[in-house]
Design a protein around this ligand. Sequence first.
Ligand code: SAM
Length: 261
Amino acid sequence: MSYTNIISNNYANIYDKLMIDIPYESWVNYLCDIKIKYKLRGSKVLDLACGTGTLSLLLRDKGYKVWSLDNSDSMLNIFKSKIKKWERIKIIKASMSNFSLAENFDLIICLFDSMNLILHRNELIKVFKNVGSHLKKDGLFVFDLINPESFKKNLYTYDKTIKNRHNEYTYSWVGKYFRNKKIHELKMHFEVNNRKLSFFEKHYRKAYYFDDIKKIINKANLKLVDIFNAFSFNFASADVERHMYFVRNIRRNNGISKTID
Ligand SMILES: C[S@@+](CC[C@H](N)C(=O)[O-])C[C@H]1O[C@@H](n2cnc3c(N)ncnc32)[C@H](O)[C@@H]1O
């Protein structure tokens, strides 16, 4: 069985509503604290797997120079619909495992399960190598990963239909974890606007373990400096759903980045 993640237009259209309770503003404050804690000099940020751009836009509003990258046209179309023509936001359609930008960054982020959406280890190695070639010396890569143990606990399963605040849609999700493949399958069903639209969507996530991630980071010539519970500065513990990884580029990047394919 082969697994791929494809985001439909229907899903992208309701993504921001689905995320209504996600505290993006406090995530952005956390990223500002990171800039101070890790003594990042500049404010150039690359938002990998930017989706509909909520984080990118909030970071831009805080004065960061943001470049945003995602491989889904559906998600990027929503992002583009939120910005005015004159606004100078760099939006790139590419896979985070295969991109080349004539720019190096102080901070690269990849948040909200997006690294778990990379389903093959080889592909993940490419993500880190590409990140390495786009980070300034001493620049930081910050990403979250779902705690692999959480996958075993029916992650993201809602066994009843849930109405959102404005009764615009209902959804029911069923998560299933294939332990041998370390793949989590999430089957989602949505009904929008009093059942005028009904659709299914299936996404896969891969469980990555700390030891393996550390090996991959070393292989990409990057340095793992910290792992915290997500959106905190508390050391990673076994009982939380998501961990946050902090990775430094300790080497000098000379000029224009090269794609690692
Ligand atoms: C859960 S959403 C997170 C979006 C955004 N970071 C947020 O916090 O709202 C995951 C995003 O990862 C993107 N994605 C998945 N695989 C990708 C890849 N290989 N390269 C670039 N983007 C990818 C999807 O298109 C989607 O927009």
